[in-house]
Write a new protein. Structure first.
Length: 157
């Protein structure tokens, strides 16, 4: 008697956010997909990212936007739609830690301040006044600049 073969359309290597996202989309579209992960789901890079949904600004901190930084500029909006249950993957059960990611520089921020200031014009970065800063960055001894990026932060645990 022949045993039935398992038919798999797609094999996914890695159970981080990208692998899990792909698995969800493939299943939703009717594909048979299997995911292989040697460690914990959501471990390694996904856990290492600390839940920040990057929109590319942090990948161009050298002062010049790159193709990589520009190519992911729309990702926070994509994730926000999913977090609201309207995107390609329903992430309404995910816990949002912060609506924004914050970057700061010391008093001599130089190139970082110049680069982030250039992003102000494109609406991707907001320079904050002290009163609008998160509490730890309102300390009277802090002399740097604080910038708010429109990048949500998720609870990856």
């Amino acid at each position: 008697m022949d045993s039935p073969l398992l038919k798999i359309d797609v094999a996914i290597l890695g159970g981080g956010v990208a692998g899990l996202w792909a698995l969800n989309l493939l299943h939703a579209r009717g594909y048979s997909a299997v995911l292989f992960e040697e460690g914990d789901l959501g471990g390694a890079q996904t856990l290492g990212s600390q839940g920040m949904i990057h929109g590319g600004v942090k990948y161009a901190l050298g002062g010049v936007p790159t193709a990589a930084s520009e190519s992911i500029a729309s990702m926070p909006a994509v994730w926000r739609e999913c977090l609201a249950g309207r995107g390609a993957v329903d992430l309404r059960r995910c816990r949002l830690l912060s609506e924004h990611c914050y970057l700061w520089s010391g008093s001599a921020g130089g190139r970082l301040n110049s680069f982030l200031a250039s992003k102000l014009l494109r609406g991707r970065v907001v320079a904050l006044q002290t009163a609008d800063c998160p509490a730890p960055l309102r300390h009277p001894d802090f002399r740097g600049r604080v910038y708010r990026l429109p990048e949500p932060v998720l609870d990856v645990s």
